[in-house]
Design a binder for this molecule. Structure first.
Ligand SMILES: [Zn+2]
Length: 504
């Protein structure tokens, strides 16, 4: 895989530890129970129907639906869509078939041979109002695996100890199955809709290439234009069997790559020179590796830390409250950054050297040596400012920085005041046991940036309660999804969608 394409997208992984709420087991069976009515004396006994407890949501008990969705997830994990080449069309066809059985027409949006997205729509009225529509989006492709490091077949979708193992079980086929379930639940409910709900399965998210959402938007925007979207990127963070908080992604950092190029005089290795490009590159990379960009705070990140402070242990919470203060800010930033690489990256531009190349023979001093820097900018920051800081830091005329052409685009954040954000927050807080719901700016990139650039209020929420250990397996080895978390996530997602799109 070429280094320059690797940056585009990954789910935010890693998050941190906090306090307490309901155990997951207690939260999992949240769907409405049904129970028989008591019968009065003399009433006909044999035909008295069981009556469901009335619910404000048109979504009833989702237990059977989640089981069905688990079957879809298993089928999709077994369909290998490792990108490259992706071959997402196989899953698009599978999804079309399931939708067809529900009486829902879908449309294949072809991008390149073997690669298609799939779109389907539940209409609210004869004339669509895209500005009100809700888009449920998830990607069908997955990142590759190092089979030697997996303890199970990554494409067998094996269930073991309450987990479903497999590449894509979390990122992002779990969400894809949950989106489909929420979409189908709404159709089956026959609820009257106050807005169109659109199901979209995308391709090429992991590489952001010619079959990605960027292409999809440029070719087919009218097919799924929407005012709101729900996508991956946020999380339901679980520790010690309890959901600690829900993070709803409303913004993301911007990925780009910069090549550090050292040039010197080539020559015979038996006669070393002072301008050896390898030596100069190594010195530059060492300096860059120790660099920490100044912290500053977007509205979302400020609100994230303020709310997290309330549930963090006293000492850390105390520092989170003063991150932005004049006198104690600097020390607070240090304490919080040291507690977590994620938190450090949320408050500043980051630079990670990721690839090195130099030399053609072991006895030749090369004329050139290169290092790739993978950079994640805060939205609103400019790369020029960062590069001039690095140039000053390196302070070596033999070193040049070259911005690569694959830079992501900064998108405006989604609003924290929108009615959809309010719905997600309200339903999620209630469904996961009155936990805090925080706005989140992810350090990794998702398809949502492209949607936000088209005026979509896009939010990220992978609705499955996951532990830090589970998150670390995403894009790694033995990726797995707890079945109980999937069941819970299907239920919550269906309720969020119905709450927002069904007329009361
Ligand atoms: Zn993903």
């Amino acid at each position: 895989m070429s280094g320059k394409r690797k940056l585009q997208v990954e789910m935010c992984v890693g998050a941190l530890l906090l306090s307490a709420s309901l155990p997951l087991a207690a939260q999992v069976s949240s769907s409405q129970a049904t129970h028989p009515t008591s019968q009065s004396a003399g009433a006909p006994t044999s035909q008295s129907p069981a009556v469901a407890i009335s619910s404000p949501s048109p979504i009833g008990d989702t237990t059977a639906l989640a089981k069905e969705a688990q079957g879809w997830l298993i089928d999709m994990v077994r369909t290998n869509t490792t990108n490259p080449p992706g071959s997402e069309q196989s899953i698009a066809k599978y999804l079309a078939h399931i939708l067809e059985k529900e009486g829902i027409q879908s449309e294949m949006l072809d991008l390149s041979p073997g690669r298609s997205a799939l779109v389907a729509r539940l209409k609210s009225s004869a004339v669509a109002d895209p500005s009100k529509a809700l888009l449920l989006v998830a990607h069908m492709d997955v990142v590759g695996v190092d089979r030697s490091k997996w303890t199970v077949d990554p494409f067998a979708a094996m269930i073991k100890d309450g987990y479903l193992y497999g590449r894509g079980s979390v990122d992002d086929k779990g969400m894809l199955a949950a989106n489909l379930a929420a979409f189908i639940a709404l159709k089956r409910s026959n609820a009257r809709l106050n807005r169109d709900v659109i199901f979209l399965a995308t391709a090429d998210e992991e590489q952001g290439g010619d079959a990605s959402i960027r292409m999809l938007i440029s070719k087919y925007w009218d097919k799924f234009a929407a005012g709101y979207a729900l996508n991956e990127g946020g999380e339901v963070f679980m520790k010690n069997g309890r959901v600690q908080y829900v993070a709803v992604q409303a913004s993301e950092k911007v990925a780009m790559n910069v090549m550090v190029v050292a040039r010197g005089t080539s020559g015979h290795a038996s006669r070393p020179t002072k301008d050896n490009a390898v030596v100069h590159l190594a010195a530059a990379v060492a300096k860059i590796g120790g660099y920490s960009a100044p912290a500053h705070f977007t509205t979302i990140v400020r609100r994230y830390f303020e709310q997290l402070a309330a549930i963090e242990p006293d000492e850390l919470g105390k520092w989170m409250r003063v991150l932005d203060s004049e006198d104690r800010g600097e020390h607070a930033q240090k304490v919080v950054s040291e507690a977590s690489p994620l938190w450090s990256s949320m408050m500043r531009d980051t630079v990670a050297p990721t690839m090195l190349s130099a030399g053609v023979r072991n006895n030749v001093i090369p004329a050139e040596a290169r290092a790739n820097l993978n950079i994640r900018m805060l939205p609103g920051d400019t790369i020029d400012v960062l590069l001039s800081a690095l140039t000053k830091l390196v302070n070596d005329p033999q070193i040049k920085f070259e911005l690569q052409p694959d830079a992501g685009l900064a998108a405006p954040p989604s609003s924290l005041e929108s009615d959809f954000y309010a719905t997600i927050s309200r339903v999620a807080a209630a469904q996961y046991g009155n936990v805090p719901v925080l706005p989140f700016q992810s350090t990794g990139a998702t398809d949502s940036a492209q949607l936000r650039l088209h005026n979509v209020q896009a939010y990220g929420l992978v609705p499955f309660p996951l532990t830090e250990e589970d998150y670390l397996r995403v894009h790694g080895d033995d990726e797995r999804l707890p079945i109980a978390s999937f069941t819970k996530g299907v239920d919550v997602l269906a309720r969020i969608v119905a709450e927002f799109a069904a007329s009361k």
